[in-house]
Design a protein around this ligand. Structure first.
Ligand SMILES: Cc1cc2nc3c(=O)[nH]c(=O)nc-3n(C[C@H](O)[C@H](O)[C@H](O)COP(=O)(O)OP(=O)(O)OC[C@H]3O[C@@H](n4cnc5c(N)ncnc54)[C@H](O)[C@@H]3O)c2cc1C
Length: 519
């Protein structure tokens, strides 16, 4: 019997491992689609309840899709190697098909354990590439040929075909969903729902001439981004749609626009479509970086930054009070940031919005991270770990690399600090977003919302009735802290001091193990 192993590849459409397993059924046996709810992974600090529920919704729909073509999805609670062992004892396995994942260490260790189990038990394991990510000694293709190849690729969809004879019966019943251990955190009331049909709804909504045309002008403000962005990231992150499907959707819209527009209009439209594709190219680039440097989940790209923010954090040396440090001050700042109580209305509105929706637009993500890692000088990995649980679309490859770019700890970017007040003025001038998400300030006119002296200690009547406390004053001076952070980061970039050599040496053991096992 073969296994089609589902992880961050939760789809049947454009799934080579699925099609290849189906094709191989005469030689290798019938196919059992398998998803494991792994207690070890569910407990990881970057996994949250919203992720888990999103996955469960997706699996429910996927199981219905399997049933419509004659199969059934086996869902089991247990570590994957234990589950494979259990299945193998009932029905010997010949081959496991799945996709390669560029993912966090915990899942990578699981993949290593599965590979070792397969080697021990004489079971073939084939992990096929996805998202155009090159592994080991392979060279990644440049984006333009990768895009062109994806657009001309013939996508396959098994729905509507009777494949019953190729599917294996379940060796034992699927688990009761009530028995799945719960991840930490609570669900988010306004998050996207899981399932392929939801992804397709999003695709159909966004991939039209009017939306793609407006895209560059809608993405920066939270007032327009909710509708104006494609909102496809979560479905891509869990492999519910493939990147090829997105490329083909863009290509279809461009063809449609070509038939409707004059040359001048079309050339402008093409620029906007390219603007969108640039982002998908960054996605692939960041994931490729993470594929080759997975240690970025725990370490800075520039080694001299390792341990610096951490030491200051634990010793209470925030940038504001460096002369009179007190233990726990940075911790207090971190808590205020997480709760949306920093006294910076735009930052707090963003955090509260994120807390309810599991999504915010890119610029606001950058503003939140810049505020935490620069103004508050919180360790980058701490910030990234928290936001991983808040972002429904958590994609480790993108997430960890961008955090480091913003925190200034990488090799490849100019240093920039987002001014949290200016960002608010630029993208929420009349305060529509702030009024909605920071009810304490609902009475403050838009013209005063971006003046911190006018927002401190305010409490609208409504918010008072609802039990809110007066809005806090700013927890740091954003200009002073930004300047200090910039100086600090610039100095560190120039230095290669001995101070952190011990830290680097210590962590290199883990890093070597990680890299050797990758290639
Ligand atoms: C600090 C920080 C953390 C982030 N963490 C994640 C994450 O965990 N998962 C994630 O998918 N994206 C992440 N992003 C990138 C980006 O913010 C989201 O992809 C985007 O907001 C998702 O919404 P959308 O699908 O509507 O994007 P759209 O604006 O419609 O863009 C289309 C697609 O392009 C890709 N994309 C867009 N912007 C970027 C970018 N800057 N870098 C790489 N790819 C991009 C995504 O796949 C996205 O779905 C992060 C950005 C920042 C600044």
């Amino acid at each position: 019997m073969q296994i089609f192993w589902l992880k961050r590849n939760l789809r049947l459409q454009d799934s080579e491992p699925f099609f290849e397993s189906m094709r191989a059924f005469r030689k290798k046996g019938q196919v059992l689609p398998l998803y494991c709810h792994e207690p070890e992974l569910i407990q990881q600090p970057d996994v949250s309840r919203q992720h888990q529920l999103f996955i469960q919704e997706t699996l429910e729909e996927l199981d219905r899709d399997f049933q419509s073509i004659g199969g059934k999805l086996l869902q089991v609670v247990g570590e994957t190697v234990d589950v494979l062992d259990r299945i193998h004892r009932v029905q010997p396995l010949t081959k496991i098909w799945t996709h390669q994942e560029t993912t966090q260490n915990s899942q990578f260790q699981r993949d290593k354990a599965v590979a070792a189990w397969c080697a021990d038990h004489g079971v073939e394991l084939l992990e096929l590439a996805q998202n155009g990510i090159a592994r080991g000694s392979q060279k990644p293709e440049l984006f333009p040929p990768y895009f062109a190849g994806s657009v001309s690729f013939k996508l396959r969809d098994p729905i509507g075909t009777d494949l019953a004879e190729r599917f294996a019966p379940l060796p034992f019943p699927s688990c009761d969903p009530k028995g799945i251990p719960k991840a930490a955190g609570t669900d988010k009331p306004l998050r996207q729902k899981g399932g392929r049909s939801q992804a397709i709804k999003n695709l159909n909504r966004f991939f039209t001439v009017p939306y793609l045309k407006q895209y560059p002008f809608q993405i920066s403000s939270p007032n327009t981004a909710w509708q104006g962005c494609s909102r496809i990231s979560t479905y891509l992150a869990y492999g519910i749609v493939s990147d090829r499907e997105i490329f083909q959707a863009v290509d279809r819209v461009v063809t449609d626009a070509h038939s409707r527009m004059n040359a001048d209009q079309f050339s402008k439209f093409q620029e906007n479509a390219r603007f969108y594709l640039d982002r998908l190219s960054w996605r692939r680039q960041y994931m490729q970086t993470f594929e080759t440097r997975p240690e970025l989940e725990f370490e800075c790209m520039l080694a001299q930054f390792n341990g610096v923010r951490e030491a200051d954090y634990w010793e209470g040396r925030s940038l504001t009070h460096s002369l009179t440090p007190f233990l726990g001050q940075s911790e207090q700042h971190f808590i205020a940031w997480k709760q949306g109580l920093t006294g910076f209305p735009y930052v707090d509105a963003a955090m509260r919005f994120l807390n309810q929706t599991g999504w915010i637009n890119m610029r606001l993500r950058a503003t939140l991270v810049s505020f935490a890692t620069m103004n508050l000088w919180i360790p980058t990995t701490k910030v990234a770990e928290y936001l991983a649980t808040e972002f429904l679309d958590y994609e480790p490859g993108i997430h960890h690399v961008i955090h480091q770019i913003i925190a200034g700890t990488t090799e490849f970017n100019e240093l920039m600090v987002y001014d949290p007040v200016k960002q608010g003025r630029d993208h929420d001038l009349d305060g529509h977003f702030i009024h909605k998400w920071v009810p304490e300030l609902a009475d403050v006119p838009g013209s005063e919302l971006h003046d911190l002296s006018k927002t401190a200690f305010r409490l609208s009547k409504n918010a008072e009735i609802l039990g809110y406390m007066p809005y806090p004053e700013a927890i740091v001076d954003h200009r002073t802290t930004a300047k200090k952070a910039k100086d600090r980061v610039s100095d560190l970039r120039r230095s290669d001091s001995d101070r952190h050599r011990a830290f680097v040496e210590k962590s290199s053991e883990h890093k070597q193990d990680f890299q050797q096992s990758l290639f």
